[in-house]
Design a protein around this ligand. Structure first.
Ligand SMILES: Nc1ncnc2c1ncn2[C@@H]1O[C@H](COP(=O)(O)OP(=O)(O)O)[C@@H](O)[C@H]1O
Ligand SMILES: [Mg+2]
Length: 283
């Protein structure tokens, strides 16, 4: 393919995922423009970046948010699109969207002050889960078993002072089996799925959860597609739990890692991402 098409890759560090993406681009004969999220600057008057499409692989939600808006300003489409990054990357906005679209999701109550957070916990009932609105790898999440524990955790969060800790995202604790499900959606395609198993209630692969391939049932594929569509579509990893009432979606990741998924399933996730991204750039 030597028609001058340029695939931008916006990244923080080159992890195995980015290596596979670059290799997939090379094997397709694509010219790649690497954009380091710690180096790039964006002026208003002329494009500082030229690419036909940019694949966002930044690990920072804030950088992703602003960069995709800057690329859009230059008329460069991104995967994912700015609105998708904004909504899916924020658990508050994502939960609102899932509820609006009728996608089953755990009971969630949002509070904006420490006092209201205690009320939110009462509404949800104990045990409950407190999560930062923005974050990944299960970091800074807490399982709260009683009002006493709640007061201590809320005091700690308030003392941290960062704006993100002044939003309280409170969710019912879902008594799932010792595992959760991850389904990787690219456009309207379900590319692969895996089970993440752990005796820790946070089953993230990044926390050491063990992974294995998940056969995708029609129900699971349908629900995952709906969750991805609810965010606006693109490259999205849908996280689900098996609640006593059935499958619930608790998160849709807009810049997902897929090392564990690739190892567990052998699926060519990087190739699927590159092909989809090129398709967006050629639209
Ligand atoms: N409401 C919940 N009830 C029980 N376990 C949960 C709940 N929410 C999350 N978890 C567990 O914690 C993990 C991380 O939560 P998640 O919302 O996906 O945040 P992160 O963005 O940090 O991955 C999930 O994969 C799941 O195993
Ligand atoms: Mg998750």
């Amino acid at each position: 393919m030597s028609d001058g098409f340029r695939l931008g890759v916006f990244y923080t560090i080159v992890r195995p995922e980015e290596k596979w993406i670059l290799a997939a681009a090379e094997s397709r004969g694509l010219a790649v423009v690497r954009i380091d999220d710690g180096e790039v600057t964006f002026g208003l008057d002329r494009p500082d970046v030229t690419a036909d499409v940019v694949l966002n692989r930044s690990v920072s939600h804030t950088r992703s948010l602003y960069a995709t808006r800057c690329f859009a300003h230059y008329g460069i489409p991104t995967v994912n699109a700015p609105d998708v990054v904004e909504v899916a990357g924020d658990k508050v906005l994502a939960s609102l969207r899932l509820a609006e679209r009728g996608v089953p999701t755990p009971k969630t109550v949002i509070a904006l002050s420490p006092e209201a957070a205690l009320k939110a916990l009462e509404r949800v009932g104990y045990p409950a889960v407190l999560k930062p609105a923005v974050g990944s790898w299960g970091r800074l999440m807490a399982k709260v078993r009683s009002p006493e524990e709640a007061e201590q955790i809320i005091e700690h969060k308030s003392a941290l002072g960062a704006p993100i800790h002044s939003v309280f995202y409170v969710q019912e604790f879902v008594p799932k089996p010792e595992r959760d499900l991850r389904v990787f959606v690219v456009g309207d395609r379900v590319v692969a799925g895996m089970v993440r198993r752990s005796s820790d209630w946070r089953t993230n692969a990044a926390r050491g959860g063990t992974t294995e391939a998940l056969p995708i049932s029609e129900e699971l594929a349908e629900l995952s597609r709906r969750a991805a569509e609810a965010m606006g579509g693109g490259v999205l990893a849908v996280d689900l739990m098996e609640s006593p009432q059935g499958l619930v979606v608790h998160e849709v990741n807009p810049t997902p890692e897929f090392k564990a998924l690739t190892a567990a399933t052998g699926a060519d996730v990087a190739g699927a991402i590159v092909d989809y991204t090129v398709g967006v750039g050629r639209r």
